[in-house]
Ligand binder design. Structure first.
Ligand SMILES: *Cc1c(COP(=O)(O)O)cnc(C)c1O
Length: 373
């Protein structure tokens, strides 16, 4: 089945009791036992399992081509569950340009917990090999990365991870399964902030871990989900599933608009550099063209000539783009990334990150043109 069809149907049968085509929201926190003491529908208590969560998990499993999925209340809760599934003393390799929340999680929470962690520039898979230790248990990839849109070769890095028996996890939030399917390239886990493109409308927070195989590591993730309790509400699951139905069509438009905006900015004298893997000049373009199919996503960042003041000035003058963090909604957003990442940020001060939305690209380009002056 094609991915457009999977997005609309996987996990989503009409409701057997009412015939409702769109699933109801199961708010009940508890489920009845049969006279024999068993739970005939498999649900006991909503922290452990809920019908809306099952539907979402089945759909995400199918979209990523995996074996199972655990949904969480945020992307960070999903990431946390993966790191907590390891043991103190285990070593993790992660990108030096990962989503700053993941870097902060590793540094501020998981290092004190006992995990060892090495940030690595994953432009070259050889850097990952050089960072391997006998205790390496996980290589975490984010591609394209945040905020510099660096591209990591997922198949090559997964192979290196597997040589030492480590798990390869890919944060696939930016590409989505429409453009990139890490599990088919040898990765073991695909992680999502469903808050972003999957939800797609900037109105729900969520996360997910999809696994290629159900083994001890994923069983621990599932245990952490039910017992750690960072679970999404039934309504959150319902909203994310509603967003997913139009995912394929939204992603195509996001990528088409981002490409047009990237080309415009690339030719603009006020712009020093455009980071978008769809541009042939991007250092990761060849790898991205091989491992992403159908598009390069809706995110890009730009270095503005004139430093921080000039960059902030552009963000101050836009009228259609909204100055806000996050990404993946229908509306276009722009942000001065170093400001949101805080004082420890290594992001260049003249960098603006753009989430290119679904407005008409001509309007977006005109807006940027007037803001750049
Ligand atoms: C937003 C984001 C996260 C964190 O997700 P939350 O839902 O905000 O917790 C993780 N990774 C990437 C790439 C993101 O963009």
């Amino acid at each position: 089945m094609k991915i457009e069809t999977i997005a609309i149907h996987a996990g989503q049968e009409p409701d057997p009791t009412s015939g409702a085509v769109i699933p109801p929201i199961y708010l009940s926190t508890t489920f009845e036992r049969a006279e024999d003491g068993n739970y005939p529908h498999g649900y006991v208590y909503t922290r452990a399992g809920n019908p809306n969560r099952t539907m979402l998990e089945q759909c995400l499993t199918a979209l990523e081509g995996g074996a199972d999925c655990a949904a969480f209340g945020s992307g960070m809760a999903a990431a946390m569950s993966v790191f907590q599934a390891l043991r103190p003393g285990d070593h993790v390799i992660a990108p030096d340009d990962a989503y700053h929340g993941v870097t902060r999680l590793l540094r501020e929470l998981m290092l004190p917990w006992g995990l060892e962690y090495t940030p690595v520039d994953m432009d070259d898979p050889a850097n990952v090999r050089a960072a391997l230790r006998p205790s390496t248990r996980m290589v975490w990839i984010e591609s394209p990365s945040n905020p510099l849109l660096k591209v990591a070769d997922i198949a090559a890095i997964a192979e290196i991870a597997h040589e030492v028996g480590a798990t390869c996890a890919v944060d696939n939030t930016w590409a989505t399964p429409i453009f990139q399917r890490p599990l088919g390239m040898g990765a073991d886990l695909a992680i999502h902030a469903t808050t972003k493109y999957l939800g797609g409308h900037s109105d729900v927070l969520g996360g997910a871990v999809v696994t290629r195989e159900v083994g001890p590591l994923f069983e621990r993730v599932r245990f952490i989900q039910g017992n750690g309790g960072a679970v999404p509400s039934p309504f959150d699951c319902w909203l994310i599933l509603r967003g997913i139905r139009s995912l394929a069509y939204r992603m195509r438009a996001h990528a088409d608009h981002a490409m047009q905006v990237a080309r415009f900015l690339d030719a603009h004298p006020q712009i020093e550099r455009v980071h978008y893997p769809g541009l042939a000049s991007h250092p990761g373009h060849a790898v991205a063209a091989r491992q992403m199919c159908g598009g390069f996503g809706g995110m890009l960042s730009v270095a503005v000539r004139g430093g921080q003041t000039a960059a902030m000035g552009v963000a101050a003058r836009v009228k259609i783009f909204t100055r806000a963090t996050s990404l993946g909604g229908t509306e276009s957003l722009i942000e001065h990334r170093a400001s949101v990442e805080g004082p420890e940020s290594k992001t260049p001060q003249n960098l603006l990150r753009l989430s290119v939305g679904l407005e008409h690209p001509a309007d977006l380009i005109a807006d940027l043109a007037q803001a750049l002056g």
